[in-house]
Design a binder for this molecule. Structure first.
Ligand code: FMN
Length: 192
């Protein structure tokens, strides 16, 4: 593994410590561990506390896992079959009072990050995947109306990187980030 990520400013080690590997162990993730991940996600902030995130999961070795696996793009299928569980992240776009939710994707992104950080705290890994069949997903998970499909996630214990093909094995390490100066401006873009 390469050098640990170096933050530019002092932060909690959970942030650079979390990363998205592809070499999972192939062991089914115990449901209790999975529920802890969803519990962490449950406490995310959201517009009007609408809590629009929804999760559909399948544990390795179950028909639900196989159905979610079948949605993945071929590239993701080369590695995500060894995840302990697969999760589809969706969002409800109408709240309990029938109002359009202000920021379902933003809120659900916060919930996914809570899930990923809880996984990291528990010695597990979570890897988001945008590469899946978004058109077919609603039918496969019986998505109710007023919901949108957002992303999929592979979670589980780390396995042996030797299982990966050469190209993926070479990429199996925490990656870097743009410098903070490229991401943050004071006041307005382009100000001297
Ligand atoms: C919305 C989203 C979609 C992603 N889609 C894929 C994907 O389809 N396949 C994949 O291998 N990684 C995917 N990733 C993982 C990113 O490549 C990874 O998070 C990014 O390179 C940063 O690396 P890190 O998570 O290890 O810090 C996705 C991540 C996000 C947040």
């Amino acid at each position: 593994m390469s050098e640990p990520r170096q933050p530019q400013h002092p932060i909690h080690p959970q942030f650079p410590g979390r990363w998205s590997p592809r070499a999972f162990s192939g062991e089914p993730l115990p449901k209790a561990q999975l529920l802890s991940l969803f519990e962490a996600a449950r406490w995310a902030p959201s517009a009007n506390n609408s809590q629009p995130w929804r999760f559909v999961y399948g544990i390795h070795g179950t028909p639900a896992f196989d159905a979610l696996f079948g949605l993945l793009a071929p590239f993701n299928q080369t590695w995500a079959g060894n995840a302990g569980a697969l999760i589809l992240v969706a969002a409800k776009t109408v709240d309990d009072k029938g109002r359009t939710v202000g920021a379902p994707a933003f809120d659900s992104g916060a919930a996914w990050m809570s899930l990923a950080l809880q996984a990291h705290a528990d010695g597990l890994f979570a890897h988001a995947m945008g590469g899946f069949d978004k058109a077919k997903a609603p039918e496969v998970v019986a998505l109710p109306e007023d919901h949108i499909v957002l992303c999929m996630v592979a979670v589980g214990a780390y396995g042996d990187p030797a299982q990966l093909d050469e190209g993926l094995r070479a990429r199996e390490a925490p990656n870097e980030r743009k410098p903070l100066e490229a991401l943050v401006v004071e006041g307005r873009f382009g100000a001297p």
